[in-house]
Design a protein around this ligand. Structure first.
Ligand code: ARG
Length: 460
C-alpha cells in the first residue's frame, strides 16, 4: 500500500475499489501542464513572500520541470492510488527532491489548485476554438464572395419560399458563427480570473501575494471571494453553453449540406475526401462527416446538462461531486474543436450545382410575392394583391405553367393593371438580386454584408 498524501489520520488503507472509484487521474492527467505551471508560480510567490527559502523554491522548481519532461516524454507513471494529477505530481516531486517537496503545498489546497488548472486549460481551449471559428468564418466569406450571385431557393417550412442569393445564404451562417465567437470571447473575460490562493475555502493566514501569481499565470485579476472561487463552475457552464449553441449552428448547416447533396435536391457536391462509401451499395457516397458533426451535437448538449445537474444544489464550498466537471467539458471541447476543424475545409471544397439551384429556385411559384408587390406598386392594396395572385397561382397550377410562362393576356385576366414590364419583376434572378433593403438578399445588400464581414475579421 502506498501511503496517501492526506493519510495522517487514517488507520485503514483505502478500499481498492474506492481507490478506483475516487480516482480522477485517468482523465485529469490532461491538466498536467497547467498543474505544473500553477505550482511553479505558487512556489515562486512563496519564496518572494519569504514563506519558504529561495533555495527551497529553486529545488522544487527544478523537480517540477523534471516531472514536466517525464510526462512529455511518456516516462511518467500515472497510478490510480495517487487519485488525481495534483497528488501524482506532488508525490513524484517528493521522490525527486525529498522532503522539501512537501513545502510546495503551503498555503494552497487542491480545491484552488484544480480551479486554477481548469481555468487555465479552458482559456487555452477558448483560444483554440476562436482560432478555428475565425478560419470557418474566413472560408464562409470566401465561398459567399466567389458565388455571390448564384440564385437558389430560400425555404420556410422546407417549402420553396423566395429566391435568394447563395452569398446571402452563406452570410447567414457567418452571422451565427460571429455571435458564437463573441460568446466565447465574452465567457473568456470571466474565465480570466485567478482562484489560486483561495486555498481550501477560506484563504490563509500566510502573507501570500495573489496579485503576483495572477501576473505570473497571465490572468487579468485574482478572484475576489475564496468561497466562491473554489465552489463555482459557472465558467465551465458558460463554455458548455456557448459550445452547445455553436454546435447547434454547425449541426444546422450540416443538415442542409446533407439535404442539398441528395439526388432529389442536387444543389451541392461534397468533396470525396469528406464522404464515405457503403460496404454493400457500390453507388453510394454518403455525407458521413456532416452527419457526425450533427450527431456530436447530442454529446455537447448532454455534457452541458450533465454539469448543470452536477452543480445543482451543491452546498458551498468544494464538494467531490465537482470532480465530475472535467469529463463533460473535455468531451464537449474535443467534439466542438473537431467539428470546427473539419467544417471549414468541407465547405471550402464543396461544389455548387449552380444550374440546378437556379432551376429549383424557379419552381414552386417562388416569385408570387413579387407579382403581389408589382400590383401594390400599381396602387392595389397588398391584401387584395395577395388574393389576386393566389388565384393566379391556382390557375397556373391547373395549366401546369410557371408564373412567367403565363401570357400577358392570361395575366391581365386577373388584373387589368398588369403590363408587359411584369416579366422583369417576376423573373427569378431579378427577384433575388433586387431585394436590397438593409440585410436583404439583393446583390448590393450582400456586398455590404461581405464588406462588413471583412472589416470584422480584420479586427479580430
Ligand atoms: N480531483 C479533485 C477534483 O477534480 C481535486 C480536488 C480535490 N479536493 C478535495 N478536497 N478532495 O475536483
Amino acid at each position: 500500500m502506498s501511503k496517501k498524501l492526506w493519510g495522517g489520520r487514517f488507520e485503514l488503507p483505502t478500499d481498492k475499489f474506492v481507490d478506483e472509484f475516487n480516482a480522477s487521474i485517468h482523465f485529469d492527467k490532461r491538466l498536467y501542464r497547467y498543474d505544473i505551471k500553477g505550482s511553479l508560480a505558487h512556489v515562486e510567490m512563496l519564496a518572494k513572500q519569504g514563506i519558504i527559502h529561495p533555495n527551497e523554491a529553486e529545488i522544487i522548481k527544478s523537480g517540477l520541470l523534471q516531472i514536466l519532461d517525464e510526462i512529455e516524454e511518456g516516462k511518467f507513471e500515472f497510478k490510480t492510488e495517487q487519485e488525481d494529477i495534483h497528488m501524482a505530481i506532488e508525490s513524484r516531486l517528493k521522490e525527486i527532491v525529498g522532503d522539501v517537496g512537501g513545502k510546495l503545498h503551503t498555503a494552497r489546497s487542491r480545491n484552488d489548485q484544480v480551479a486554477v488548472d481548469f481555468r487555465m486549460y479552458m482559456k487555452d481551449m477558448v483560444d483554440e476554438i476562436r482560432k478555428y471559428l475565425k478560419e470557418l468564418m474566413e472560408t464562409i466569406l470566401k465561398k459567399a464572395e466567389e458565388n455571390m450571385d448564384v440564385v437558389m431557393p430560400g425555404f420556410t417550412h422546407l417549402q420553396t419560399a423566395q429566391p435568394i442569393l447563395f452569398g446571402h445564404y452563406m452570410m447567414a451562417y457567418f452571422q451565427m458563427f460571429k455571435r458564437d465567437y463573441e460568446r466565447f470571447s465574452d465567457a473568456y473575460r470571466r474565465l480570466d480570473e485567478n482562484p489560486l490562493g483561495s486555498c481550501a475555502l477560506a484563504g490563509t493566514t500566510f502573507p501570500i501575494d495573489r496579485f503576483f501569481t495572477t501576473e505570473l499565470l497571465g490572468f487579468k485579476k485574482p478572484t475576489e471571494n475564496s468561497l466562491d472561487s473554489v465552489s463555482d463552475r459557472d465558467f465551465a457552464l458558460e463554455i458548455l453553453s456557448a459550445a452547445s449553441i455553436c454546435q447547434m449552428h454547425l449541426s444546422r448547416i450540416s443538415e442542409e449540406l446533407i439535404i442539398y447533396m441528395t439526388s432529389e435536391f442536387n444543389f451541392i457536391e461534397l468533396s470525396d475526401d469528406y464522404c464515405t462509401g457503403s460496404s454493400i451499395m457500390p453507388q453510394k457516397k454518403n455525407p458521413d462527416v456532416a452527419e457526425l458533426i450533427r450527431g456530436k451535437t447530442g454529446n455537447i448538449y448532454g455534457s452541458m446538462i450533465s454539469l448543470f445537474t452536477t452543480m445543482k444544489a451543491l452546498p458551498l464550498a468544494y464538494n467531490k461531486d465537482m470532480q465530475e466537471d472535467k469529463q463533460p467539458v473535455f468531451r464537449a471541447i474535443d467534439d466542438l474543436i473537431g467539428s470546427l476543424k473539419i467544417m471549414s475545409p468541407m465547405i471550402n471544397k464543396m461544389k455548387l450545382n449552380k444550374e440546378n439551384m437556379l432551376k429549383a429556385a424557379s419552381k414552386g411559384y417562388s416569385t408570387a410575392t413579387e407579382l403581389a408587390d408589382y400590383l401594390v406598386r400599381k396602387g392595389i392594396p397588398f391584401r387584395d394583391a395577395h388574393f389576386i395572385v393566389g388565384q393566379t397561382v391556382k390557375y397556373a397550377i391547373e395549366k401546369n405553367k410557371k408564373l412567367d410562362e403565363l401570357t400577358i393576356e392570361e395575366l391581365k385576366g386577373f388584373c387589368d393593371k398588369i403590363e408587359n414590364d411584369v416579366y422583369d419583376f417576376i423573373n427569378v434572378e431579378n427577384a433575388a438580386k433586387n431585394k436590397n433593403s438593409y440585410g436583404g438578399t439583393g446583390i448590393e445588400s450582400v456586398k455590404v454584408q461581405i464588406e462588413n464581414a471583412k472589416k470584422y475579421l480584420n479586427n479580430l
